[in-house]
Ligand binder design. Structure first.
Ligand SMILES: [Zn+2]
Length: 232
């Protein structure tokens, strides 16, 4: 089923690819129970980014896409994310606390965009929210538009939004240190590595998976080894 769907997606993608001057457009589709197609294409685009990634999104709960933005941030890419006020529960705080620019549209109006512009070259937009349900449960599409002229329009659109409307940082983030309420060490339930609670990897552990240790001995006794980055 998955293989067939991938093949169909490939055919559909080829079928609608249009090239004009320096521009190319490719369409992707997902359906319920056929996940990962759009997600992995977006992750590839994020991993290829060199200069900037500006995303204007309604919903952002997909932690694979969050991890890809974090990787981009750590290799020096300027990552900025604008989000809707009612949809701040997912990746907003972990990314904000890891040092990315994450801003929330502060009004009662719906911030319903689903676009990202990357490196003055690529625009990704469509019905697809950066959410787990879009990836797993929904009928969705996106188009990848590789076209400097279109990318310029979206870049200007992003700047217009961020400068001319009122955005605020997420206000319900606890901060890494507070996430374990004074405990110095933390880990994910799903990982065999433990960290200092200040480690940037801790920012990306969801609250549901976060476990805290009072002592280093407790962390080691849980069967975990120290993180090579924060060296707890
Ligand atoms: Zn660490």
């Amino acid at each position: 089923m998955r293989k067939l769907a991938l093949g169909l997606v490939l055919l559909v993608g080829l079928g609608v690819t249009a090239t004009a001057a320096d521009c190319a457009v490719e369409a992707f589709f997902v359906e319920p129970y056929v996940d990962g197609v759009i997600e992995s294409a977006i992750i590839d685009a994020i991993d290829d980014a060199e200069e900037y990634i500006y995303a204007a999104l309604y919903s952002f709960t997909d932690d694979e896409l969050g991890a890809a933005l974090l990787r981009a941030h750590y290799r020096g890419v300027d990552v900025q994310v604008l989000l809707d006020r009612d949809e701040t529960g997912g990746e907003a705080c972990p990314l904000y606390e890891a040092g990315l620019t994450v801003l929330i549209e502060d009004s009662s109006y719906l911030f319903h965009h689903k676009f990202v512009v990357i490196d003055s070259e690529l625009v990704i937009t469509g019905s697809y929210n950066w959410s787990n349900s879009a990836d797993r449960d929904n009928f969705e599409n996106v188009v990848f538009i590789r076209c400097p002229d279109i990318a310029l329009d979206y870049w200007l659109g992003f700047l217009h939004l961020s400068r001319d409307y009122f955005f605020v940082p997420p206000d319900d983030c606890n901060g890494n240190g507070d996430r374990c309420a004074g405990y110095p060490y933390a880990a994910s339930k799903n990982s065999d590595v433990f960290h200092l609670t200040s480690c940037h990897y801790v920012a990306n552990i969801s609250s549901a998976n976060l476990i805290c240790f009072a002592t280093r001995e407790d962390a080691i006794a849980s069967g975990r080894r120290p993180c090579k980055t924060c060296k707890p």
